[in-house]
Design a protein around this ligand. Structure first.
Ligand SMILES: *Cc1c(COP(=O)(O)O)cnc(C)c1O
Length: 367
């Protein structure tokens, strides 16, 4: 077996040995039928994770998660449309940066990073601004570990006939999302977070009817055009551009392992790790950025101790020497560091983390 590192950064996450081994395949030209069949199977499974088989289809892109977000945002808003962006973290802000780069009409509902969205405030914007046609928000805002109110925001979208674009990068396959109950128009995720595959692909799970309507929108790009990629793959059964062949094999393996574990099993494993982590943080006397009711239970933002012995990079190196990777904060309203509990790890790894944390705090006299 390969050396096992415990990644507590929010993706790329720790993978199984069998997913790593799936990268090792005989060389194959991705224009072969065999690879086309694999691609189709992967796309079907990607949709199945969120029970979208009857309503949705997946479009896959080579690139990290942001490629999928950029593909959706650049491709689905018609020239006469306007999009509302919820910015309560770095990924909401990134959506705005993309929209600005494409010159798409928009409006931003901006909150301090770590503040919880007020659904009534969003509704007031929908009511007041009749030009709005689309709404993009993040499901799990990885900046803070906040789970934004997905069902409530979707309900508003339905009420005001606004198309929803949900960045579910770090929640997809980690938390249950059932498209039969939560009719998201465009959901975006990637291969390397809670689905536990390798980094290198991103996908947009699109409502078939909504996607078909985007065929009329003059393309703003080529490589990341949603309709362009979708129609090519429909016609030919192949990726439009050279795919990351081995990453797709690994994703297929990761998807199979997801269905063996089941969504309920994976969520339960992650939640147990989260609860174990919280015990350790409490013992260490650490304060959390968010109230527990807002936690994703996938990533926790921890307020940095105000103690002269504390230095994040030093602490990072201490953990890294012990094969554990921890993660810094990213612009939240208080200075934090972050611990994710996604990937092929479980509560026993969190017990190791907790023990090392206490040891380190004692050594450095951090309290
Ligand atoms: C990881 C992540 C992304 C994508 O980031 P990449 O660096 O492109 O992989 C986008 N949105 C959210 C919420 C994320 O957690």
């Amino acid at each position: 077996p390969m050396k096992r590192n415990i990644l507590l950064n929010p993706g790329p996450a720790t993978t199984t040995d069998s997913v790593k081994q799936a990268l090792m395949v005989p060389d194959i030209c991705p224009r072969e039928q065999e690879f086309g069949d694999l691609t189709q199977a992967v796309l079907n499974k990607v949709v199945q994770v969120v029970n979208g088989e009857s309503t949705h289809t997946a479009v896959i892109f080579t690139g990290s998660g942001t490629a999928g977000v950029e593909a959706a945002l650049s491709s689905v808003v018609p020239p006469e449309g306007k999009i509302l962006i919820l910015d309560n973290g770095a990924y909401g802000k990134r959506a705005e940066t993309i929209i600005q780069a494409y010159g798409i009409p928009y409006r931003t509902h901006r909150l301090v990073w770590g503040d919880y969205p007020d659904v009534d405030a969003v509704e007031a914007i929908f009511k007041e601004d009749s030009e709005l046609t689309h709404f993009v928000f993040v499901h799990h805002e990885t900046t803070t570990g906040m789970l934004n109110p997905l069902p409530e925001l979707l309900e508003l979208c339905q009420k005001y006939e606004i198309d929803s674009i949900v960045d579910a990068m770090s929640s997809y396959a980690g938390l249950p999302i059932d498209m039969r109950e939560l009719p998201i128009d465009y959901l975006i995720s990637s291969s390397n977070k809670c689905i536990q595959g390798m980094a290198g692909t991103s996908f947009v799970i699109a409502n078939k009817e909504k996607l078909a309507k985007t065929a009329e929108i003059p393309p703003r790009n080529l490589y990341l055009n949603l309709w362009g990629n979708h129609s090519y793959i429909e016609k030919t059964g192949q990726f439009q551009f050279t795919p990351p062949v081995q990453i797709v094999y690994a994703l297929n393996q990761a998807l199979d392992e997801f269905f063996v574990e089941t969504q309920a099993g994976r969520t339960a494993r992650y939640v147990k790790s989260y609860e174990t982590l919280l015990d350790g943080l409490e013992t260490a006397g650490l304060e959390l950025l968010l109230p527990k009711s807002q936690h994703s239970k996938l990533l926790t933002a921890i307020v940095e101790p105000n103690s002269p012995g504390y230095d994040f990079m030093e602490m990072h190196d201490y953990f890294y020497q012990n094969d554990i990777t921890i993660y810094p904060g990213k612009g939240a309203k208080q200075d934090t560091f972050r611990i994710a509990n996604i990937g092929e790890i479980d509560y026993r790894d969190m017990l190791v983390f907790n023990k090392l944390l206490l040891q380190y705090f004692e050594e450095k006299k951090i309290s």
